[in-house]
Design a protein around this ligand. Structure first.
Ligand SMILES: NC(=O)c1ccc[n+]([C@@H]2O[C@H](COP(=O)([O-])OP(=O)(O)OC[C@H]3O[C@@H](n4cnc5c(N)ncnc54)[C@H](OP(=O)(O)O)[C@@H]3O)[C@@H](O)[C@H]2O)c1
Length: 261
């Protein structure tokens, strides 16, 4: 299968593709020829720059939309807009994550966890995946199938300081992925999670102990390096190819071997 032509005429919908892992995924699919509907939250200018760049570079269609995953029901209107701009939906990747003020009480040591922060992380991680995947699945059904992915992280299998709120919700979304896979398989829709070890992104740089985490990852990984956004992007692309047509309901762990050390 040619690397460049394989996704021509297909459409990817992805949340949070202005930076980090989402941006790397967007470029990977654009390189493969897919058209792209992607969301931003605060970085509208950057989103437009990315759309313009991939259009010129890969000759595909790319449209940015504003979305707040703390209001998951707004996915319904988002998909209506996407229906106007794109002919079909083939792949959906739930990637966006909240940070900053929205995670206060959710990102921190166990004894400081509070309902609001925890609930926000649930809404943004699990509920947003559910509503986005429901809307995507309705469109995929019309074209005979598709592939849905939720980003996850190894913070639910390896102790990560301050990560209790995110880690528990990543465990929850991985289980939600399995339920979705069990019920959407008959429509030809596959649903999987890609769970990354610590990846060098702005999100990780915001950790108060970033340098420490980075040094520890390099030390623990048999591959002796930190993960990069591209390490997860390639797996997301692969999961959407026909090479994976019997793969569903799984979490693929991409962590440089760190979780066994
Ligand atoms: N970094 C890691 O070490 C790591 C490891 C494993 C898995 N992951 C997972 O990979 C995914 C992406 O992580 P990342 O590190 O690339 O994140 P990131 O660099 O912080 O990027 C977050 C993205 O989400 C968007 N966003 C922020 N708040 C939002 C909101 N309220 N509503 C909608 N979108 C919002 C941002 O858009 P704007 O820029 O427009 O605000 C941005 O595009 C997450 O699911 C994360 O859990 C990360």
């Amino acid at each position: 299968m040619s690397h460049c032509e394989s996704m021509k005429g297909r459409t990817l919908v992805i949340s949070g593709a202005t930076r980090g892992i989402g941006k790397a995924i967007l470029y990977r699919f654009a390189e493969a020829g897919a058209d792209i509907a992607f969301t931003y939250n605060s970085n509208g200018d950057e989103a437009q720059k990315i759309a313009d760049d991939v259009k010129v570079r890969y000759g595909i269609k790319a449209v940015p939309y504003k979305l707040n995953i703390l209001e998951p029901e707004s996915y319904r209107d988002l998909f209506k807009q996407i229906d106007e701009d794109f002919e079909r939906v083939d792949y959906f990747i739930s990637n966006a994550i909240i940070s900053g003020r929205a995670v206060v009480g959710g990102f921190g040591p166990f004894m400081r966890l509070k309902p609001r922060g925890l609930n926000n992380i649930y809404t943004a991680t699990v509920t947003a995946f559910v509503i986005g995947a429901q809307e995507a699945a309705k469109r995929m059904e019309r074209v005979g199938g598709g592939s849905i992915i939720s980003l996850s992280s190894t913070g639910n299998i390896v102790y990560t300081p301050n990560y209790a709120g995110h880690g528990t919700n990543k465990a929850a979304v991985e289980t939600m992925v399995k339920y979705a896979a069990a019920e959407l398989g008959e429509k030809g829709i596959r649903v999987n999670a890609v769970s990354g070890g610590p990846i060098d992104t702005d999100a990780l740089k915001a950790f108060p102990n970033y340098e420490e985490v980075k040094a520890e990852v390099i030390e623990r990984s048999p591959l002796n390096r930190m993960g990069l956004p591209e390490d997860l992007a390639g797996i997301c692309w692969f999961l959407c190819t026909d090479e994976c047509s019997w793969l569903t309901g799984q979490t693929i762990v991409v962590d440089g071997g760190t979780s066994f050390q």
